[in-house]
Design a protein around this ligand. Structure first.
Ligand code: SF4
Length: 222
């Protein structure tokens, strides 16, 4: 449960990494967190004990993963943390729209990964229907008015410039108010056949044309 200033913009936060994710994204940089049956290093009581000692020192607690919305007890855990006075952040890929709906009233900020246009998800996640789930979750987040950042991570072997422009355009039309575009920098990835991501195709011309179209809501981390 490391301390961080980057996982919840503007807040000093602790991050709770939840074990398990139903998807297998080829560029996943946390493969050790994917197996839901793997024992965790801290149980929930130990996490709460740590957080009680941080009251007054931290602003927020971010539930990350793996995929936090996999956890049946997520809403209960968030409510307990809120009662300590912390803001609640959530990192999610939108795998479980129904659980996202359950926890949104408890959340102050969401960093949501949107990986591709809906039809392109299975090639990336290995899971049929994953794109529909992710985009349903996104729509739910955008209509909830909860503060958010939509995160698009690109790898040159998994995305083309044309697809990226179409994706950012669809996000803007959907109402995403803050979009962060970042090149995959992972040192370890689930699929070892993927080499390090090259950023060459993210050309100044491509960025210019994206920024000209959506500049007011786009953060670049390339
Ligand atoms: S959704 Fe996130 S945690 Fe799950 S496999 Fe994909 S990148 Fe990894």
């Amino acid at each position: 449960m490391p301390l961080t200033t980057i996982d919840y913009p503007g807040e000093l936060a602790a991050v709770v990494f939840c074990q398990g994710c139903p998807w297998r994204c080829r560029y996943c940089h946390n493969p050790e967190l994917l197996d839901r049956s793997r024992p965790t290093s801290l149980d929930w009581e130990a996490v709460m004990a740590l957080l009680r000692r941080r009251v007054g020192l931290l602003d927020a607690v971010v539930f990350s993963g793996g995929e936090p919305t996999l956890q049946r007890g997520l809403a209960k855990a968030m409510a307990e943390v809120r009662r300590l006075g912390f803001k609640i952040g959530l990192h999610s890929a939108g795998c479980y729209p129904a659980r996202l709906a359950e926890v949104l009233p408890l959340v102050d900020w969401v960093g949501m990964d949107v990986k591709a246009l809906p039809g392109d998800y299975p090639r990336l996640t290995g899971v049929p229907g994953s794109g529909e789930r992710a985009w349903k979750s996104l729509q739910m987040l955008l209509t909830s008015k909860v503060s958010h950042e939509v995160r698009v991570t690109v790898h040159d072997q998994l995305m083309t410039a044309q697809k990226l422009k179409a994706l950012i355009g669809k996000l803007a039309v959907a109402g995403a108010r803050s979009i962060a575009l970042q090149v995959c920098r992972a040192r370890q990835m689930l699929d070892p056949s993927l080499g390090p991501a090259g950023a060459d195709w993210v050309t100044p011309e491509l960025l210019d044309s994206i920024v000209r179209s959506y500049g007011q809501q786009l953060v670049l981390r390339v």
